[in-house]
Structure formats: C-alpha cells, structure tokens
Ligand binder design. Structure first.
Ligand code: UD1
Ligand code: UDP
Length: 380
C-alpha cells in the first residue's frame, strides 16, 4: 500500500522519524511511504538538521510554502497537497499533531475521499483561541483511523461523539479510535542512547554544572508584550537568585518578537545577564542531551514538556492549560501561564520538592509498530 505522510513544522519532522523507522525496519514489504514537506519550517536548524541525524528519508515533495498568515499559509498547502494526492493516488494520508501542515493534509485528503490517519489524535486544550486546537478538531473529525497517545485523548474523542466500539471496515463515517501510546516516547527512548554518544552540545556551548533548559515559542506568549516581558523577567530572577544558567535555544518566532515586544531596558538586561544563555535552535540529539542533563525545564512547548517527563525532570509549563494533563495531575509539572510570580513560585517549589515518581503514562516505546500494523490491517 502507499501512504502519503505530511510534515512541515519541526515537531512533525521529528515525529515522522518513528514511523519511517518502523517502516524501514519492519514493514517495508507492506508500506511504501511518500513524504511531503510543506515547507512550513525551512531554516536549516528547524528542518534539514533532523533529516540527517534522525535518518528520515528525503521528502519526495517540498511545497515550499514558507511563513505567512494562517489563511494564506494553509491555503497554499491545501492546493499543493491536493495536486500531490491526485497524482500519487495513495491508499491513505498520514498527518501528525496539530499544525497548519496537519490541517491542510487532513482537509485535502478528506475532500478527495482518501482515508486520513491522524497520529496524536484526541488531544485538547479546550481553548479555541489556540490555532492548534481548531486544527486538531478538524483533523480528528475527518479521520478514519485516530491514534491517541493518551487515555485522556480517547475520553475527549468519546465526549465529542466518537464511538469506541465501531467495527471494521472503518471509514470517515465509521472511524476507529485507538489508545496506542506516544510515538515521541518511542523516539525519546531510541534517540536517547544515540544522543549519549553523538551529541556535543554541552562541550560546544561550554555548559557544565546545574542548569535549566528553557524553550519559548507559543504565539500566545511571543506576540503578547506583557506575557513575553513577564516570562523574561521571571527567567532573569530565577537565574540570578539561583546562580544557575538557563539555556534557551531560541525559536525564530521568539527571536523576532523579542525585538518587537520587549523593552530596550529588558533586552539590555538579557544581553548583560551572566546566566541567561541564548543559543540558536538545536538538533534533536542535542535537545535530548540538554533535557537529560538539565536540573529543571521551563517551556511552553508541547513536545518539550513531555520529554522533560520522560527524562524525569520537573517542568514549569508557560501556558494556562495543557493537552498533556496527566503530567500536571501527577505533580511532575506545574502550569504557570506567563505569570512572573507563578513561574518563580513553581521554581521555588520544585527546588525544594523534587518529584520522585514518573509513572508510565505514554506507552511502551512501541507505538509506531502498533500504528503501522493497524494501518496495514485496515487501509487499502
Ligand atoms: C508552528 C505551529 C505550532 C508548533 C510550532 C513548532 C501552527 C499554527 N503552529 O508554530 O503548533 O508548536 O510550529 O515549532 O502551525 N520562522 C523562521 N524560520 C522557520 C520557521 C519559522 O524564521 O524555519 C519564523 C517566521 O518568522 C514565521 C514564524 O517563525 O513567521 C512562525 O512560524 P510558523 O510556522 O507560522 O509558526 P510557529 O510559531 O513556528
Ligand atoms: N526541539 C529541538 N530543538 C530545539 C527545541 C526543540 O529539536 O531547539 C524539539 C523538541 O525536543 C521536541 C520538538 O522539537 O521534540 C518540539 O517542537 P516545538 O517545541 O517546536 O513544538 P511543539 O511540540 O510545541 O508543537
């Protein structure tokens, strides 16, 4: 059978590595994968770097849509995806997560009556102001196979009317919902060992002793001057008081918006800080090395908050809510929004009370194998 896999933004490129690896190692006789890169992310360190180090096959197509307003960006992707699906005539289209690339792939497939497979289905923030929430809902409701990484994801889908006892053959009107574990857990386990031998980031950036890893890129934080200001004030306070370095691999969106939304006074404090270490975005092997060696993680990233959990690090989430509610419920992460006092208080809390239990919430590291088997069984 032939599947068309749609990727475009950094986290999807990384996620695709798990399924591509499973196909290469176990299912190459049954599945032929055609990879479409929408071009949503295009900087070398936001895209190319991952293909090389994670052994993802080169994309068969690159739509090169680049950046833009959501409508224009998604429209260009939709048009490009439609052409490719008509030409390739795949048995299914596979999309990951919740970005504009995901929704474009999903809409194009469903309009052409090609079964859609959504990996990372069912996650909800219950905040539709978040562009990703709308993308998730649209994709889930146009999918034939929905693979949810968590039990909560399955519950969310059931609440939206998905029946959990549908029987095959599955279609867009009779979809199948699975609870299968997280392919990013597969990836974190697999690449953790590779990172141990291959990452040079700690040496290259001269990072030693206790440090904190931070990543910031959510539009709700970067595009709001009050929130962005609050986050950086908190990071400066925490690093100054604890005398711990905060390593911040900077997303290009945040780099751009810091110029616009931070006062020149705060920018000069950041530049002068002995402890705030801002570096360009790093590769996946390097981010794993940072996560494994950090004392704590402060992030608004969906992926990074989970990886903090995988590597048993307490995490401050710079959002009012999360889709990965389990890690908050078990006390290993704290929701701080972009509120300076809440961020500082959560840091002080974890400094004195490190969580010791990290339950197995995200499967057994074999989600990608399971997904491939079910695709083979039910598609085509
Ligand atoms: C997108 C996803 C978000 C995901 C994030 C992962 C949507 C709606 N958002 O957000 O869910 O968490 O990717 O990182 O799909 N830019 C560059 N170089 C690049 C890519 C982006 O300079 O290679 C800059 C551009 O100024 C661009 C801005 O970053 O306008 C935002 O990029 P965009 O892809 O629109 O959204 P993200 O914030 O990256
Ligand atoms: N990541 C990376 N380099 C970085 C920052 C993050 O490889 O400099 C990885 C991170 O480990 C995770 C993924 O990118 O696997 C998460 O992507 P991002 O934070 O951009 O988006 P989100 O997960 O919030 O959608």
């Amino acid at each position: 059978m032939k599947i068309v896999t749609v990727i475009g933004a950094r986290p999807q490129i990384i996620k695709a590595a798990a399924i591509s690896r499973a196909i290469r190692n176990k299912f190459s006789e049954q599945i032929k994968e055609v990879i479409v890169h929408t071009g949503q992310h295009y900087d070398e360190n936001m895209s190319e770097v991952f293909f090389n180090e994670l052994q993802i096959p080169r994309p068969d197509y690159n739509l090169e849509v680049g950046s833009g307003n959501h409508g224009a960006q998604t429209a260009k992707m939709l048009e490009g995806m439609e052409e490719i699906i008509l030409k390739e005539k795949p048995d299914a289209v596979v999309v990951y997560g919740d970005t504009n690339s995901t929704v474009a792939g999903g809409l194009a497939a469903s309009k052409l009556h090609v079964p859609l497979v959504h990996i990372e289905a069912g996650l909800r923030s219950f905040n539709k102001a978040m562009p990703e929430e709308v993308n998730r809902i649209v994709c889930d409701h146009t999918s034939t196979l929905l693979f949810s990484p968590t039990k909560k994801g399955v519950e969310n889908l059931a609440r939206e009317g998905f029946k959990l006892d549908n029987i095959a053959p599955f279609t867009i009107d009779n979809p199948k919902v699975y609870h299968c574990g997280d392919i990013m857990y597969d990836n974190s386990r697999y690449f953790s060992e590779v990172s141990d031998t291959q990452s040079t980031i700690l040496r290259k950036e001269n990072i030693s002793g206790k440090f904190i890893l931070s990543t910031i890129h959510r539009n709700s934080n970067t595009d709001d001057p009050v929130k962005l200001q609050s986050i950086f004030e908190a990071l400066l306070d925490i690093s100054d008081r604890s005398q711990m370095t905060i390593v911040l691999p900077l997303h290009p969106r945040t780099k751009k918006m810091m110029e616009v939304n931070l006062t020149s006074y705060l920018r000069s404090k950041i530049e002068a800080s002995k402890y705030l270490k801002i570096i360009p975005p790093v590769s996946f092997l390097d981010v794993i090395a940072l996560e494994k060696n950090a004392d704590m993680v402060i992030t608004d990233s969906g992926g990074v908050q989970k990886e903090a959990f995988y590597f048993k690090k307490p995490c401050l989430i710079l959002r009012p809510e999360t889709e990965w509610v389990e890690i908050v419920e078990c006390g290993n992460a704290i929701l701080c929004d972009a509120n300076k006092d809440r961020i500082i208080n959560a840091f002080d809390h974890f400094k004195d009370n490190r969580p010791t239990e990290y339950p197995e919430l995200f499967g057994d590291g074999k989600a990608a194998d399971f997904i491939c088997k079910e695709i083979i069984k039910h598609i085509g």
